[in-house]
Each structure stands twice: as structure tokens, then as C-alpha cells.
Design a protein. Structure first.
Length: 401
């Protein structure tokens, strides 16, 4: 990977913040967008803008073909069986809610057990929490050790469960869960499995056939695509038996005064006008990732987090959240706290030097509570970050705190 050449593709990296060159270390919140994706969105609006699936004129047919091409790319990106298993959503949150309202409302009964990990992002916790309250189901949490690894006896907690909802990669500790093994054990016990891939899809090869999960969700804006894009993968036989999540134009086959028939997959889950430009941009983002190579992106991420962990160990009064040393099962996410300094003050001070990090609970409050901390600062890395940027970040941590 030629990192300097890659960086040339990202216009925003030329910005200056407070007179300093931007050092963007917040890709777990949202990634920056390469010129190729930006140009794709602009080109769509300049030359192809029309509503999809609803017209026989040239622009509508072009827009439909471009959007469906992105569906094909998504299918290939995840190694799904066919295009019907890919439902476009505006993000992973909507995709999880779709499953909770559609599959969950139909299948979860009073007394059923829903298993989550304590590391879940709120997007993969609140929908199941609220469904459990509504249905009288039981919520069971898989615990972790102090570095974020799943507890040793997690298999026993999955017994007699109806659903297992698990993050592939924690957005706080960076720990990568063995979702293939979790799915295998859960399905042997009769549970349906949904995997939140929001933090894994940007960094590693995803193969839903090998994972053998029932549902997999991801969000586009964390992997170079426009905001307002994401997708739900669902096994075709499950999606076929799920009622629609929303009702309106495009998701119906026939509408009469007293009753209606729903469209075939995946369109029965895509009511109304989609974010067509964003979805086309998502396809462009996947093209970009494929050109560089997801394996190369993963290797670069491993190199960056290993170096960042090594360098931050030099900073006094800083505690790392998650593994303190490099392990293979960790994404390029570095959460930390500075002793006796609020994480927002840390982020604010670094911003003065043009360094963008995240601070707060990262939509993972139960995880912070489990680890005995109120909040944390987080530096997250992606394909455009360099060791030089990490050095600058660490040096400013040292001299400021």
C-alpha cells in the first residue's frame, strides 16, 4: 500500500485546523471519503438523477441500474448467496431495528431468552432491550474480562436462547469476537444469530457464508461511503417469512382498499424513495476498497494499532482500555484515559493541534460501566493514517498532559 498516494485521494486531509494540519483519528465514528466516491455522487446528480424502480424513461432506468449494481457489489462484498439477501438501509441502526420489529415481533415470545454481550453498541442493545420489555422476554448479557474478551463460560449462557445478537468488533476496546464460532454454537442450540459488523466491515474480509450468521449489518459511512447508507444481509428463507418493517410506495405488489400484497425480496423492506446517490456512492466505496485490497487494509490497520499501543505506553498517567499490547484479534481502535483529566478536555486540547479524536461513552454505556469508567477518549485509525501522525498525536499527549 502506498499510503501517501492513498492520502492524495482524500481532499479533507489537506485541511488545517487551528493552523495545524488535520490529523484525523476518528474513523470509528465516520471515515473520510475519497475523491472517487465524492465524484461518483456528484456525477449521479449531474447526469442521472431520477427516482428508481418507478419509471421507464432513460434517467430512471439508469438510476435503477446503478443502484442495483451497488446491491450486487454488496452481495459480493459480503459473499451472500444472491442479491435478494441484501436490503439497503440508512445505517446499521435501522438494519437492526428492521430485524427487531420484523423478525423479533413475530418470533420473540414471553419468557424467550435474548443473549447480548455487554460490549454492544447501543444500536445492537436498545432494540433488543425494548423488545424484551414489550414481549416479556429475558435479556442475558455475556460478560467480558478487563481487556474486553468474552468470558470463558459464555457458551453456557447461550443455552435455550432464541436470539444471539453480537458485535463483531467492539467500538471501544477494538476486540474482534470469533463470530464464526459464536454463530456455530448458537445455531447448534437453536438460536438465530445477528452480527453487528459496523466496525469490522471497513477493516477485514467478511464472508457471511463462513460466519453462517442469520443476519449481518453494517453501515456505509464508516467504510468510505456517504452517510445515510448501510445494509442488512439476511438469509433468504428468514427474510421471506418476515413481515415488512415499513409500509408505503415500492414495497407493495398490489394495493386494494381492504388488503394488499407485498413485493418480492428485497423490495418489501425498502419502502419509499431510497438514498439513491448514497447507495451508488456505497458501491463506489466498495470499488475503492477492492482496488486497494481488504487484506492490505487489514494489515495496515494491524501495523498502525501495534505502533500506537507501543507509543502510548510511553505516556505517563495514561491508561489504555482494552488490550495493552498488540493482539491479532483487535481492530485499529485505541481507547484511553488520562489520569485526573476529563476525556472531553483531552479531546479539546488535542483539537487545538489539529488532532481529531472522539470522547465520551461512544454509545456503549454498559461497557464503560462494566469496566468501571465514566467515559473515555478514543483514537481510531484507518487506511489513510500514518506512523508520523501517531507520533504527532503521542507527542502532543506527552507535552500537554
Amino acid at each position: 500500500m502506498d499510503i501517501e498516494k492513498i492520502r492524495e485521494d482524500f481532499p479533507i486531509l489537506k485541511r488545517k485546523i487551528n493552523g495545524n494540519k488535520l490529523v484525523y483519528l476518528d474513523s470509528a465514528a465516520t471515515s473520510q471519503k475519497p475523491r472517487q466516491v465524492i465524484d461518483t455522487v456528484v456525477e449521479y446528480y449531474q447526469n442521472h438523477n431520477a427516482n428508481t424502480m418507478r419509471g421507464v424513461h432513460t434517467l430512471s432506468e439508469e438510476a435503477t441500474e446503478m443502484m442495483e449494481n451497488s446491491r450486487k457489489k454488496t452481495k459480493e462484498f459480503l459473499n451472500a448467496k444472491n442479491n435478494h439477501e441484501i436490503v439497503f438501509t440508512k445505517n446499521a441502526t435501522e438494519a437492526i431495528n428492521l430485524v427487531a420489529y420484523s423478525w423479533g415481533e413475530k418470533n420473540i415470545k414471553k419468557g424467550d431468552k435474548i443473549v447480548l454481550s455487554i460490549s454492544e453498541h447501543h444500536a445492537n442493545l436498545l432494540p433488543w432491550q425494548q423488545l424484551a420489555i414489550k414481549k416479556g422476554a429475558e435479556l442475558v448479557y455475556l460478560d467480558i474480562d478487563n481487556e474486553g474478551n468474552l468470558e470463558e463460560k459464555w457458551e453456557k449462557k447461550i443455552n435455550n436462547s432464541k436470539l444471539v445478537a453480537i458485535t463483531h468488533t467492539s467500538n471501544v476496546t477494538g476486540i474482534i469476537n470469533d463470530v464464526k464460532n459464536i454463530s456455530k454454537i448458537a445455531k447448534e442450540k437453536g438460536a438465530v444469530v445477528i452480527v453487528d459488523g459496523s466496525q469490522s466491515a471497513p477493516h477485514m474480509k467478511i464472508d457471511v457464508k463462513k460466519i453462517n450468521c442469520d443476519f449481518f449489518v453494517f453501515t456505509g459511512h464508516k467504510m468510505l461511503a456517504p452517510m445515510g447508507t448501510g445494509a442488512l444481509y439476511g438469509k433468504e428463507e428468514l427474510l421471506e417469512n418476515m413481515p415488512p418493517f415499513m409500509y408505503g410506495g415500492g414495497m407493495n405488489k398490489k394495493v386494494e382498499k381492504e388488503n394488499s400484497e407485498w413485493n418480492f425480496l428485497p423490495y418489501k423492506f425498502e419502502a419509499g424513495t431510497e438514498n439513491v446517490s448514497g447507495i451508488i456512492g456505497l458501491g463506489s466505496a466498495m470499488d475503492y476498497i477492492n482496488r486497494i485490497g481488504i487484506d492490505n487494509i487489514e494489515k495496515h490497520g494491524n501495523k498502525m494499532i501495534e505502533y500506537a499501543l507501543e507509543r502510548i505506553s510511553e505516556v505517563r498517567n495514561v491508561s489504555v482500555i482494552g488490550p495493552k499490547e498488540y493482539v491479532k484479534e483487535k481492530a485499529p481502535i485505541l481507547s484511553f484515559n488520562v489520569e485526573k483529566v476529563d476525556c472531553h478536555d483531552v479531546a479539546g486540547a488535542l483539537n487545538e493541534y489539529g488532532i481529531a479524536i472522539r470522547s465520551g461513552l461512544h454509545c456503549a454505556q454498559p461497557l464503560h460501566t462494566r469496566l468501571g469508567i465514566n467515559s473515555s477518549a478514543r483514537a481510531s485509525l484507518y487506511l489513510y493514517n500514518t506512523e508520523k501522525e501517531i507520533d504527532y498525536f503521542i507527542d502532543k499527549l506527552k507535552t500537554t498532559f
